[in-house]
Ligand binder design. Structure first.
Ligand SMILES: [Zn+2]
Length: 294
């Protein structure tokens, strides 16, 4: 079952609510447990530092039919990064190396290091956010299939319908001036295509795309999105009956700050955004109440 199916099932009854929590917990444990000394302590430090599992690992947790990832991407807020890194170094026995120039991450503003567990066979990519929100660097991911995250409290997928169909839209922030992947990124894009993903620049390139609704659409270059908006598949993990045991936020939606982004790039037509055909991509932290009312 994927994220959308899990959310629908959760809403049916309390037994289903508990079942969905068990499914997500088991999925997460199977992904992480074999590579860690203490899975429970890892989850606790994720919650404590407000870090999130994102990228291809979150895609697997929410859409497991896309296959198990070879590594786990963890996004960490700037202010808690040193604490999280220290935990992995000294409590878990990871050794970290900065990702070398020429690799996929070379032009990201966010700091990326790759950590290998001393026991071998388990790799974590640690992405340091430039802000106090772990979610901000997710908006710089290669394409929309990676705009997902999972926390100890909840999960969010921003492009669920595309993910289910193995469709993804390229992120203009990672492309060159001609909207083509730079040379060092081409192997990564080719790997996704080999795995059956249909990668495009504009949503109207997909079959049965329908008419674009501009700013209100899910994926137009002009669409203004935030994590938790009406296009997202958003859910809690803990079942209602056990929610009183959660020590911090009951729900990621209770966090007063979220991240707003607009993919930018080429609009579908002149009607998408006041006649503009090219829009600069962007993202910023935003008060959730502001994002929800704008
Ligand atoms: Zn459009």
């Amino acid at each position: 079952m994927d994220a959308d199916q899990l959310v629908r099932l959760k809403a049916t009854c309390s037994l289903a609510d508990q079942y969905v929590a068990a499914v997500l917990h088991t999925r997460s444990r199977k992904l992480l447990d074999h590579g860690l000394r203490s899975y429970d302590a890892f989850v606790a430090i994720l919650a404590h530092t407000r870090a999130v599992v994102g990228g291809i690992a979150a895609l697997y947790l929410l859409f497991p039919y896309h296959g198990r990832p070879p590594f786990v991407d963890v996004f960490v807020p700037d202010d808690t990064y040193d604490e999280f890194m220290g935990y992995l170094l000294f409590e878990e026995g990871f050794s970290f190396t900065r990702v070398e120039p020429g690799s996929v991450e070379e032009e990201q503003e966010d700091e990326v290091v790759r950590g290998d567990h001393e026991q071998g066979g388990f790799c974590i990519n640690l992405v340091r956010s430039t802000s106090t929100s772990a979610l901000l660097p997710i908006t710089s991911e290669l394409h929309t299939a990676l705009f997902n995250y999972v926390t100890p409290h909840g999960f969010c997928s921003a492009y669920t319908g595309f993910n289910r169909l193995r469709r993804a839209l390229l992120n203009p922030v990672r492309l060159d001036d001609d909207y083509l992947p730079p040379k060092f990124l081409r192997p990564a894009f080719a790997a996704w295509a080999r795995n059956g993903w249909d990668l495009n620049l504009v949503p109207i390139a997909f079959p049965d795309a329908g008419r674009c609704r501009g700013v209100q659409s899910i994926a137009c270059a002009s669409a203004t999105r935030h994590f938790g908006d009406r296009h997202c598949t958003f859910g809690r993990i803990a079942p209602i009956r056990l929610r009183y045991l959660e020590p911090r936020l009951e729900d990621d939606r209770d966090d007063p700050v979220t991240v707003v982004w607009w993919r930018g790039g080429v609009t579908c037509a002149a009607t998408c955004h006041s006649g503009s055909r090219h829009l600069a991509p962007g993202a910023r932290m935003c008060l959730r109440t502001v994002a929800e009312t704008s």
